[in-house]
Design a protein around this ligand. Structure first.
Ligand code: ADP
Ligand code: MG
Ligand code: ZN
Length: 606
């Protein structure tokens, strides 16, 4: 590639040089000396003018200068001045003159168009030589690397700890192997599959595994490669990529780091077309244009789904999202097992133990640990990798990771475990909260140290007041648990508080669900989206007094629900304890696991 670029640059240089030579040659033969009108007149006086032709604006002719050694008359050119006596003078001196309608056509052709033709000719020749494929002038071509399965050799065996994600992807692979099987029944396949998850969890790896398993061509390109300094190039690349893919179907297009090009189109760019925006629009157009039965599957990965343009996530686009999460303890063990395949381990190495020592590690971190440990063993001249090396490697990696993102220590883990169990427990007891699906203390991202996932059982358009209150109670359950168990509270509830307050406030101001304020809609005008100046106060449509009442009402709701959550958790203290212990041990439990503990406890007390 590097060599090719030099090769073509040399040709460009040659072409430019040729153009310059030809141009100067033509100018020479047609060389015209431009002289001032006064000089022309004095030359005329001295009988040095031989013949002239007069055009609209110029006078051109032959002049014999005294300095002209060879005596060959020179062509001159002067700007015509309105001089009524000129004809008279010319006749007097016996100079032959003609009036001509100005035409520089021939000269223009020869001096410019001809060299350009030569230039284009050479250019064409170069492109032919390059096979029209790579190198120079491929800015509009997609840079996608095409892999075929043998080159990659990665299968699902190489990816561990992300079983749920892998399972979902297997279906996609089945489709690629036999599209007919699905389309015969009229099944609609997703056009785009988006892998979402923190960095280093194996998204890129999973995509490659799909390519390896399905044995079809795999176009891999990174989102950032679409966006270049030339305007319009990104869009052209997208078009080209889809065109290439269609000719190779069935195949996979994989766009890694989709966020680089799929960032939400800002409303703030005033005028002008943002390059990224054009590229994104082109991607949307292409996605709408292709038929999922054609056997082209679009796969993308991102670790920042929240900044993606919502248009990308609409049905018919990336309509299936697969979460590739950080592994739990069991997952980490499996990942370690994948990476030690080719490494000689000492018999005392206990993988579950290592997995237990590495909460919050992603697959890439674990791969890193195995590698570090092996390097240490080599440095120490050992024949096999020992537990000592692993421990040291973990320490090193943790030191590195602590700078980048936070890993939690034992104390924090405990707090998070009780906090999350608190949420889940309140969620299970109150009738109106959505069922708790999953509780985890695997740290994710910057803010959330753990989370309790509860999904609504059905799409809700209406919510009863009691349900909203239940949700508030559940949001507060985390903090309540911390308070009960540790007698102290942490900053971990920050997000919960904002969520609970938000619900309480809308209940009061928009749904008219508070007795003291009554059934009113207390809208605060909001800001015009076009005048989104920070610091500009919101326009309130109610008095200061009402404003105070709203705050009081919100407070009251939150306090009541806090007390309620407290009552629930105190009443099931033993369940909280058992649930938290189970969570600490497994890092991730199902909602039904906690439900089982709760049911058993209620049966015992009854
Ligand atoms: P991502 O694309 O999610 O940021 P990668 O797929 O690039 O992460 O992972 C980087 C490396 O980390 C992989 O090449 C692999 O060696 C290792 N790795 C990450 N996740 C896993 C996993 N689930 N199983 C096995 N190895 C993994
Ligand atoms: Mg990646
Ligand atoms: Zn919480």
């Amino acid at each position: 590639m590097e060599k090719r670029v030099k090769f073509s640059a040399w040709y460009v240089f040659l072409a430019v040089w040729a153009v310059l030579i030809i141009h100067s040659f033509i100018v020479q033969t047609f060389q015209v000396k431009t002289i001032p009108y006064s000089e022309f007149l004095s030359s005329l006086e001295n009988n040095q003018i031989e013949e002239i032709s007069i055009t609209q604006n110029h006078i051109q002719g032959k002049i014999k200068t005294t300095a002209d050694v060879i005596g060959k008359p020179q062509t001159f050119n002067t700007v015509r001045v309105d001089d009524p006596e000129l004809t008279q003078k010319l006749v007097e001196r016996g100079v032959k003159f003609t009036g001509v309608i100005e035409s520089t056509f021939l000269r223009d052709i020869l001096s410019w168009i001809l060299p350009i033709a030569v230039f284009v000719g050479i250019w064409y020749f170069i492109i032919q030589r390059m096979g029209g494929q790579q190198g120079f002038m491929t800015v509009g071509k997609s840079k996608a690397k095409i892999y075929v399965e043998e080159e990659l050799g990665i299968t699902f065996e190489d990816v561990a700890g992300v079983d749920e994600a892998a399972e979902e992807l297997i279906e996609t692979v089945e489709f690629l192997k036999d599209p007919g099987k699905f389309t015969r029944l009229g099944a609609k396949l997703p056009k785009g599959v988006l892998l979402v998850g923190p960095p280093g969890t194996g998204k890129t790896l999973l995509a490659k595994a799909i390519a390896g398993e399905s044995k079809v061509p795999f176009f891999s390109i990174s989102g950032s490669e679409f966006v270049e300094m030339f305007v319009g190039v990104g869009a052209a690349r997208v078009r080209d990529l889809f065109e290439q893919a269609k000719t190779k179907a069935p195949c996979i297009i994989f766009i890694d780091e989709l966020d680089a090009l799929g960032k939400a189109r800002g409303g703030m760019t005033v005028g002008g077309h943002d390059e990224r925006e054009q590229t994104l629009n082109q991607l949307l157009v292409e996605m709408d244009g292709f038929d999922p039965t054609s056997g082209v599957i679009l796969l993308a990965a991102t670790n920042r789904p929240e900044i993606l343009d919502p248009a990308l996530l609409r049905p018919g686009r990336f309509d299936r999202q697969i979460l590739v999460d950080k592994p739990d303890k069991k997952g980490r063990e499996d990942i370690l097992r994948v990476h030690i395949k080719n490494i000689k381990l000492a018999p005392n190495v206990n993988l579950p133990e290592i997995a237990a020592m590495t909460p919050g590690f992603a697959g890439a971190d674990l791969a890193n640990i195995v590698n570090e440990a092996t390097l240490l063993a080599v440095r120490r001249g050992k024949n096999e990798v020992d537990t000592d090396e692993f421990k040291e490697a973990i320490e090193r990696v943790i030191a590195g990771l602590e700078k980048k993102n936070r890993l939690i220590n034992e104390e924090e883990r405990k707090i998070v475990a009780y906090h999350e169990t608190g949420h889940a427990l309140v969620g299970l007891v109150v009738p109106g909260a959505s069922p708790v699906q999953k509780i985890t203390i695997v740290p994710r991202g910057v803010a959330a140290l753990g989370y309790t996932l509860n999904v609504p059982t059905e799409e809700r358009y209406l919510m009863r007041k009691s349900e909203l209150l239940d949700r508030i109670a559940m949001s507060l359950g985390g903090r309540v648990a911390e308070e009960i168990v540790f007698g102290d509270i942490s900053t971990g509830a920050h997000n919960d508080l904002s969520k609970a307050t938000e619900i309480a406030r809308t209940m009061v101001t928009q749904y008219g669900m508070d007795e003291t304020l009554g059934h009113v809609y207390l809208e605060s005008g909001g800001r015009s989206p076009y005048l989104n100046t920070p610091g500009l106060p919101e326009e309130k449509k109610y008095s200061e007094e009402t404003s105070r009442e709203i705050d009081a009402a919100v407070h009251r709701i939150l306090d009541e629900q806090y007390a309620r959550a407290r009552e629930i958790i105190t009443g099931h203290r033993q369940v909280l304890e058992e649930g938290a212990q189970l969570l600490l041990e497994k890092e991730k439990i199902e909602g039904k696991d906690l439900k089982a503990i709760l049911d058993r406890s209620t049966r015992e007390t009854a």
